[in-house]
Ligand binder design. Structure first.
Ligand SMILES: *[C@@H]1O[C@H](CO)[C@@H](O)[C@H](O)[C@H]1NC(C)=O
Ligand SMILES: *[C@@H]1O[C@H](CO)[C@@H](O)[C@H](O)[C@H]1NC(C)=O
Length: 490
C-alpha cells in the first residue's frame, strides 16, 4: 500500500479508565490492519497509555489539560480521580478548552489524519473534524440497546404520559419491551429534563448526529435487532467491532501470582465455585446498602471474591474476619479479565457497566445484575430479559432503583450459583461467548465490520486491498480473538 495514502486514524479517548481501555484495544486492531494510529491524550494520562502500548508502534501525542477549572481539583486529569460525580460536568465540559491545541495537533501531524475517533463526551471535536474535512467517528462506551433506548426516549417521548418514575410504558416498535423512567439516569428520568448536565448531553447528542459513525464495543449477534433499528431510524451508522477487550494479561514468571489468584486456585482445587463481586469504581454505596449485601453474601454460603474499596471495608467492621474462610476481600486494583477467566469463577455480581458485561460474557460467566448508575439499568434489562445470560437483584419497593435487602441478595446468589435457573443461564452464556468469539475471528461480523469501517472512511475498498496484501500472513499471524480462544480453552 502506498504509504502516503495509507490510512491514519486519530484516537482521542475520554479520560477515564473505562472509556480509554477499549479504544486502546481498537488501536491495536487497526494496527493489525496496517492502519497508522495516533492516540491523543493529556500529559497526566499518557504514562499509563504508553505503558499499555509499549509493544506497539502506536504514536501518542500529549495535549495540556485545562488549568484552574472551577469544580475540578488541580492535577486531576482522569474521572477515576475525581472526588465525586458532582465534578463530572465541570471536568467533561472543561475539555472544550482543548480545542485549539487539538486542532493545532491535527494540522501539524507528519502523516495527515484520515479519520478522528473521539469519545461522545468530546462533541466539540465534531466541529474540528468538519473544519478539516475529516470524518469523525464517535465512541460512547455503551451498548447499542441502551443507546437506542435513550434516543427513543429523547425523540419519541414514550414516557410522556407516565404518572410516576415506576409506571411501566411501552416502547414503540418493540411491543415486548416495557421500561420505566427509573431505568434512565437522572435527569433523563424526568419528563422534561433540565439543567446544565441535560444541556451538556443534548449538545453531545447533536454532535453525534452530525458525525460519521458510531463505534460500538459489542458484536452484532448480541444486539442485532437494535443495531438494525438504530441504523434505520437514527444513525450515524453503528459499527459493532467488539468485544474490545484488554490484551491478554502477561505476567512474567518473576512476578508472583497475586494472593487473590492463588486463593482462586485453592477454591478450584476444592471444587468450590466462586462468585466474583465488583461494583466498579464510580458508584458509591451507602453503609446500609453495603451491610445488606454483605449479610446476603454471608447467608448464601457462597464462596466470594469481593473487590471492595477500603472505604467500603470500613463500613463492614468485623465482616472480613467472620467470613474469611469463604469470602476474600480485595482492596487493591485487580485485573478483572484474569479473575473472570479463572476456572473457579462461576458467577459475577456486577453493577453491569458495559465493559464488565463484555468481559463477563467473553469469559463465559453469567451475571447477577445489580445496576447502580449511568445506563446500567438498561444493560441489566438486556442481559436478563432480552438475552437470558443473567439474573437480577431487585429493590424491595417494586422499583428498578432503590434499597436492596439481605434476603433478596441471598436468594439470588443461591439461584445463580446453585439453582436450576443458574444452569439454563450457563448454557445461554456459553452460546453468547461462542458468538462473541466467532464475531472477532477472520470473517466474523466484528472482524468484517472493522474492515468495512476502514473502507467507509477511506473511501476505497480497504477490504480488497487488505485481501491482496502480501504481508497478510504476518497480519494474520495473531488473528483477532486468538487470545479469547486461548483464555477460554478452560
Ligand atoms: C462549559 O464550557 C464553556 C467554554 O469554556 C463555558 O462557556 C460554559 O459556561 C461551561 N458550562 C458549564 C456548565 O460549565
Ligand atoms: C423505590 O425507591 C427508589 C429510590 O428511592 C425510588 O426512585 C422509587 O420511585 C421507589 N419506588 C416505589 C414504588 O416506591
Amino acid at each position: 500500500m502506498d504509504p502516503i495514502s495509507a490510512p491514519h486514524f486519530i484516537i482521542f479517548p475520554f479520560m477515564s479508565r473505562g472509556h480509554t481501555i477499549p479504544l486502546l484495544y481498537l488501536g491495536r486492531l487497526l494496527r493489525q490492519r496496517s492502519v497508522a494510529v495516533t492516540i491523543i491524550t493529556t500529559a497526566g494520562n499518557s504514562p499509563c497509555i504508553r505503558d499499555s502500548l509499549r509493544d506497539t508502534d502506536i504514536k501518542i501525542v500529549e495535549l495540556p489539560f485545562p488549568k484552574e477549572i472551577n469544580g475540578v481539583p488541580p492535577g486531576v486529569e482522569s474521572t477515576d480521580k475525581l472526588p465525586s460525580m458532582a465534578c463530572f460536568l465541570p471536568f467533561a465540559n472543561s475539555t472544550k478548552l482543548m480545542q485549539q491545541d487539538f486542532e493545532d495537533t491535527i494540522q501539524t501531524l507528519e502523516q495527515s489524519a484520515t479519520c478522528i475517533i473521539s469519545d461522545i463526551i468530546f462533541g466539540w471535536t465534531q466541529k474540528s473534524a468538519a473544519k478539516f474535512g475529516i470524518p469523525r467517528l464517535v465512541f460512547s462506551g455503551m451498548g447499542i440497546f441502551s443507546t437506542t433506548m435513550y434516543q427513543i426516549l429523547y425523540k419519541n417521548r414514550p414516557h410522556a404520559g407516565t404518572v410516576s418514575l415506576d409506571t411501566p410504558f411501552l416502547i414503540p416498535d418493540f411491543p415486548k419491551l416495557k421500561l420505566t423512567r427509573n431505568d434512565f439516569e437522572p435527569p433523563f428520568c424526568e419528563i422534561e429534563p433540565t439543567g446544565e448536565f441535560a444541556d451538556f448531553m443534548v449538545e453531545q447528542s447533536i454532535a453525534l448526529e452530525k458525525s460519521d459513525g458510531l463505534i460500538v464495543n459489542g458484536f452484532y449477534e448480541l444486539e442485532s435487532i437494535y443495531v438494525d433499528y438504530w441504523n434505520q431510524k437514527f444513525g450515524p451508522k453503528a459499527w459493532c467491532v467488539g468485544p474490545l477487550r484488554v490484551a491478554k494479561p502477561q505476567r512474567t514468571a518473576a512476578v508472583e501470582k497475586p494472593l487473590h489468584m492463588q486463593w482462586l486456585d485453592g477454591k478450584f482445587a476444592e471444587g468450590e465455585p466462586v462468585l466474583y463481586v465488583s461494583f466498579g469504581t464510580q458508584a458509591k454505596l451507602s453503609s446500609e446498602q453495603l451491610n445488606e449485601i454483605a449479610m446476603g453474601l454471608e447467608n448464601s454460603q457462597a464462596s466470594c471474591l469481593w473487590v471492595l474499596r477500603s472505604e467500603g471495608v470500613k463500613y463492614l467492621p468485623g465482616f472480613e474476619k467472620k467470613v474469611k474462610k469463604r469470602v476474600m476481600i480485595v482492596k487493591e486494583w485487580v485485573d478483572q479479565m484474569e479473575i473472570l477467566n479463572h476456572k473457579a469463577v462461576k458467577g459475577f455480581l456486577s453493577h453491569c457497566g458495559w465493559n464488565s458485561v463484555m468481559e463477563s460474557l467473553t469469559a463465559n460467566v453469567p451475571i447477577l445484575a445489580f445496576p447502580m448508575m449511568a445506563e446500567q439499568h438498561l444493560n441489566a434489562r438486556l442481559l436478563v430479559e432480552e438475552t437470558g445470560v443473567g439474573l437480577r437483584i431487585l429493590p424491595s419497593n417494586g422499583s428498578v432503583r432503590g434499597f436492596v435487602e439481605t434476603k433478596e441478595v441471598e436468594k439470588m446468589v443461591k439461584e445463580l450459583m446453585g439453582g436450576e435457573k443458574g444452569k439454563a443461564l450457563r448454557q445461554k452464556v456459553e452460546e453468547i461467548r461462542e458468538a462473541a468469539f466467532a464475531a472477532t475471528v477472520d470473517g466474523g461480523s466484528s472482524w468484517q465490520s472493522l474492515n468495512f469501517l476502514i473502507d467507509d472512511v477511506c473511501g476505497k475498498r480497504f477490504s480488497q486491498i487488505y485481501s491482496l496484501l502480501t504481508k497478510k500472513e504476518e497480519l494474520l499471524a495473531r488473528p483477532l480473538g486468538q487470545d479469547i480462544l486461548e483464555i477460554n480453552s478452560k
